[in-house]
Write a protein that binds this ligand. Structure first.
Ligand code: FES
Length: 162
């Protein structure tokens, strides 16, 4: 067995399965709870969840793929979302994204190896007047420019790491 897989403690998953044995309708809340407890849904949890609830693994996988808020890979403690909406795009959003990628050394959809950051883009975060924008967890940063982005990221890294 892959050592990494063996290392993951799936006991919270089995407890949740026991709680919802045979309850096919409980799939989404169960997946949400697994994600809440483990930070993501480990792919090796899919089969036991399917079996416990009386579903096919492909049905569980289908639900996970459908809901963009469910993840099968670990996510960073800080989720950086750079806006790629029109207002942000015309005011330099592309440059901001490039800069964040370079700073974190990851591409869109990736997580840093230390699990500190995940980088995503969003269609619009609803504060177009302040474009270009990005959000880190629940904090929104507007009127970005390269200097400001570097300052924000370095201060957050400092705050989180140390
Ligand atoms: S387009 Fe970026 S906040 Fe609306």
């Amino acid at each position: 067995m892959n050592e990494k897989i063996a290392d993951i403690d799936l006991s919270p998953v089995y407890q949740l399965i026991d709680k919802h044995k045979g309850q096919r309708w409980a799939l989404i809340p169960l997946l949400q709870e697994v994600q809440k407890q483990l930070g993501y849904i480990p792919p090796q949890a899919i089969e036991p969840i399917a079996e416990g609830l009386g579903l096919f693994p492909s049905e569980v996988q289908g639900v996970i793929s459908f809901y963009t808020q469910l993840y099968t890979t670990p996510r960073g403690r800080n989720v950086v979302r750079v806006c790629r909406g029109t207002a942000c795009h015309v005011r330099g959003g592309k440059t901001i994204l490039k800069l964040v990628k370079r700073y974190l050394d990851i591409e869109e959809g990736e997580t840093t190896p230390d699990l500190e950051y995940t980088l995503e883009t969003v269609a619009c975060i609803g504060v177009c007047a302040l474009a270009p924008n990005m959000v880190i967890n629940n904090d929104t940063y507007g009127q970005l420019n390269p200097k400001k982005v570097t300052r924000i990221l370095s201060s957050r890294a400092g705050g989180v790491r140390g």
